[in-house]
Design a protein around this ligand. Structure first.
Ligand SMILES: CC(=O)N[C@H]1[C@@H](OP(=O)(O)OP(=O)(O)OC[C@H]2O[C@@H](n3ccc(=O)[nH]c3=O)[C@H](O)[C@@H]2O)O[C@H](CO)[C@H](O)[C@@H]1O
Ligand SMILES: [Mn+2]
Length: 333
């Protein structure tokens, strides 16, 4: 009895030993495989990206850098351009840029394009779409590699309000006919403006809007939103986030497409009811963005006005509207 119970014990110990041995062999083999499967990123090892350590405690405190729906508000000092470029440049993105130069506004094109070449999305593929009724007056500007310009003829008008507002419709139809196939992101910009400093990939997002420089210190009740309930652009006095400028709409081509389609539709419904919103497409844009929050908001650094003195929170003016003689450049006053 005693003998056989000893045998049992030995057999048990042997079995346990074999299992332990097998386990050891299996796990050491497996962990070796695990180690072998971890890719050693040779590229990263040889091209170290050195940049200032991000801080959790120190940053801009004089301005708000995030909206209550957690979209970033882009100010100088909130991003590292080296880091941003390093993330976006390898994606080989194409950025569409639409600009309207109808009637005498064609004279703003040269400065717009020349300064864009210096500051706007440098190092990216950029496709400018210039909409004009005067294709022969489009200046020839030297474009750097990867940048392309096409001229698209559009009708003139004797009302500036119509020219400005019809941008929505024309951008919508041009996205349908070509831009959707030719670009990843799109920025739609006012032509009566110049770039003065970097406007780069920090501005990329699903739906991007810019805070109008004239109203960022005011309360929502004094924003020039459309206030007539009969208009499709109506915003009640106790609603509204920011006042966004109509001089810039940006984002994924698909998201900007939906925005232009909706705003165009609402503008036409208004027109059918003989209503023109207070600030045309800008009013419709503000209404759209109130209920379809932008995923990224650009600070007024990205839309300044030359006649406005720089304020202390604006460290860099990146894009600014030039001073113009309205009576001279517009077809009507
Ligand atoms: C800084 C800003 O947010 N500006 C907006 C503001 O006034 P603005 O005074 O900036 O409007 P604007 O005269 O620049 O017109 C807007 C744009 O329409 C085009 N254009 C206009 C007239 C013309 O004869 N030919 C022509 O090509 C051109 O691209 C111009 O940049 O309100 C407008 C709507 O009422 C637009 O929403 C503008 O984007
Ligand atoms: Mn303008």
């Amino acid at each position: 009895m005693r003998f056989s119970s000893n045998v049992k014990l030995y057999v048990l110990l042997l079995v346990v030993g074999i299992f332990l041995l097998l386990g050891y062999v299996y796990f050491s083999f497996f962990s070796e495989r695990l180690n072998r499967d971890i890719p050693v990123d040779e590229y990263q090892k040889n091209n170290r990206l050195l940049y200032k350590q991000p801080s959790v405690l120190v940053g801009r405190t004089d301005v708000v850098t995030v909206t209550p729906w957690l979209a970033s508000i882009i100010w100088e000092g909130t991003f590292d351009p080296v880091l941003v470029d390093n993330i976006y440049k390898p994606m080989n993105l194409t950025i569409a840029t639409t600009v309207f130069a109808v009637g005498k506004y064609v004279s703003f094109l040269r400065d717009f394009l020349e300064t864009a070449e210096k500051h706007f999305m440098v190092g990216f593929n950029v496709r400018y779409y210039v909409f004009t009724d005067r294709p022969h007056d489009v200046p020839s500007v030297n474009l750097t590699q990867g940048r392309h310009l096409s001229v698209i003829q559009v009708p003139g008008s004797n009302r500036w309000q119509e020219i400005s507002a019809r941008r929505m419709e024309i951008i919508q139809t041009t996205i349908e006919s070509q831009i959707s196939r030719e670009a990843d992101y799109i920025f739609c910009l006012d032509v009566d403006s110049k770039f003065h400093a970097r406007w780069g990939a920090e501005s990329l997002g699903r739906l991007v809007a810019v805070i109008h420089p004239g109203y960022y210190e005011q309360t929502r009740g004094s924003f020039p939103y459309e206030r007539r309930p009969a208009s499709m652009a109506y915003i009640p006095m106790d609603e509204g986030d920011y006042y966004y400028g109509g001089a810039m709409i940006g984002g994924f081509v698909e998201d900007v497409y939906t925005l232009t389609k909706v705003c165009r539709h609402r503008f036409e419904v208004d027109a059918g009811n003989s209503i023109e919103a207070a600030w045309q497409e800008e009013s419709h844009l503000n209404r759209y963005l109130l209920y379809n929050k932008p995923s990224k908001v650009l600070s007024p650094e990205y839309l300044w006005q030359d006649f406005k003195a720089k304020t202390k929170e604006v460290k860099v003016i990146r894009f600014s509207g030039v001073i113009k003689n309205y009576a001279e450049v517009r077809p009507n006053v």
